[in-house]
Design a protein around this ligand. Structure first.
Ligand SMILES: Cc1ncc(COP(=O)(O)O)c(C=O)c1O
Length: 418
């Protein structure tokens, strides 16, 4: 049985940092422990058949750590309810599974590769079809059919950092009775609250900023209606793609510093984006905190203080070879998938996170072989800028020299496996 929980907070103060620390964080009533204990028990005693001692029966259905974590994130997303899942992908899958067979979904084109994979290879098998559009604000009305049930937005998108005007899309969708989901993974609730802009459901890969320490895989959906709570919590329990109590506890610990981490990541990414924009080795920079970003006005409306977030991507001079070399030459940034952790990462979407998307489709949304994605952590901004600059300089020069040597008939001179 799922235990219905209204995710309100009894904390009188409502500032983000205060909620991050206190929402869903009761002191232990038996010991007074300030930090909640980890409740690993899978089952809970009943005094008579069907009469549990407290509200819990079996840990897949609900458990204290997951409930507290859900309450905390619900408060931060300005939502009445939140449900945690075993991964961001499980949250996506559960929402898609809640649609009747024969339903139609409209999605922005540049979604996370795993979301694209689910839409095209799994949802389809369940009779749910998805139409992708690169300009959803412009043509949403044309794509809505009688069986359209959901619009899927990622803003900013992964990895090209395009923004979508959530309110404009929500108004067009709601006018035709269609619900709107926003994947808010890239910004976290600190920078953007999609429900306040008209979305019906906000999803997160908690794996990223919310947990923030690259040691938990988890997902979450937050929303306001009782109808969604009933439908999605039924599936949360029925499909069972739930996080462990331990992971819920860890992610809840991460939440308590989300405002500090998200702010610093954004400050760092802004410094890095400016340095990249000034570099002769860079073709273009995608960062919504820059005035040059095509959707900067949306960022000013939708993001806290117009902040750009901790993620950016850029195209390096010298093609894929230079991009690959760059990722090997950074000393602080680690070459790895994922994002939103305290440590800075770099990756090549075309061969890593977005390799599953056919070349023509990914290039149509700007995911070229020379695109590098950067996740700025919370290190010192000067160090991050310096590391990017030295890696850029070496990567572009080495690649150019290797190309010259090759065209001169000299092979294998670089010694770096280019
Ligand atoms: C924007 C976005 N949404 C969803 C996911 C999926 O989350 P998870 O890896 O936790 O399943 C990711 C993963 O990278 C992501 O970047």
């Amino acid at each position: 049985m799922t235990v219905p929980i209204e995710h309100s907070t009894d904390t009188p103060a409502r500032g983000f940092g205060t909620l991050a620390v206190h929402a869903g964080a009761p002191h232990d009533p038996t010991t007074g422990a300030v930090i909640e204990p980890i409740s690993l028990s899978t089952t809970f005693e009943q005094t008579a058949a069907g009469k549990p001692v407290g509200v819990y029966e079996y840990s897949r259905s609900s458990n204290p750590n997951r409930d507290n974590f859900e309450k905390a994130v619900a408060a931060l997303e300005k939502a009445k309810y939140a449900l945690a899942f075993g991964s961001g992908s499980a949250a996506t899958a559960t929402i898609l599974q809640s649609l009747a067979q024969g339903s139609h979904v409209i999605s922005v084109s540049d979604v996370y590769g795993g979301t694209h994979r689910y839409f095209t290879r799994v949802a389809k098998a369940h009779g749910v079809t998805v139409t992708f559009t690169p300009q959803i604000e412009v043509d949403i009305a044309e794509h809505i059919r009688d069986n359209t049930k959901l619009v899927w937005i990622e803003s900013p998108s992964n990895p090209t950092l395009r923004l979508v005007d959530i309110r404009a899309v929500a108004e067009a969708a709601h006018a035709r009775g269609v619900a709107v989901v926003v994947d808010n993974t890239f910004l976290s609730p600190y920078l953007q609250n999609p429900l306040e802009h008209g979305a019906d459901i906000v999803v997160h890969s908690v794996t990223k900023y919310i947990n923030g320490h690259s040691d938990v895989v988890m997902g979450l959906a937050a929303f306001n209606t009782e109808e969604l709570r009933e439908r999605l919590s039924f599936l949360q329990n029925a499909c069972g793609a739930v996080p462990s109590a331990f992971d819920s506890w860890l992610a809840h610990r991460g939440v308590k510093t989300l405002h500090l981490r998200a702010k610093q990541s954004s400050i760092n990414a802004t410094a890095v984006a400016h340095a990249l924009e000034a570099s002769p080795h860079v073709i273009s920079v995608n960062y919504p905190g820059l005035d040059s970003h095509p959707h900067r006005k949306i960022a000013l409306r939708q993001h806290r203080d117009g902040m750009g977030g901790g993620m950016l991507s850029f195209r390096i001079q010298g093609g894929r070879a230079a991009a690959e070399r760059f990722c090997q030459l950074t000393k602080i940034y680690t070459l790895a998938e994922s994002l939103g952790g305290i440590e800075s990462l770099v990756e090549l979407p075309s061969v890593m996170t977005h390799a599953g998307i056919p070349r023509d489709q990914r290039e149509a949304v700007g995911v070229f072989d020379d695109l590098v994605r950067v996740s700025c952590g919370i290190e010192e901004p000067e160090d991050l800028v310096h590391d990017i600059q030295q890696a850029l300089d070496k990567a572009v020069k080495e690649t150019a020299a290797a190309a010259t040597n090759t065209s001169n008939g000299v092979n294998g001179v670089n010694g770096h496996g280019l």
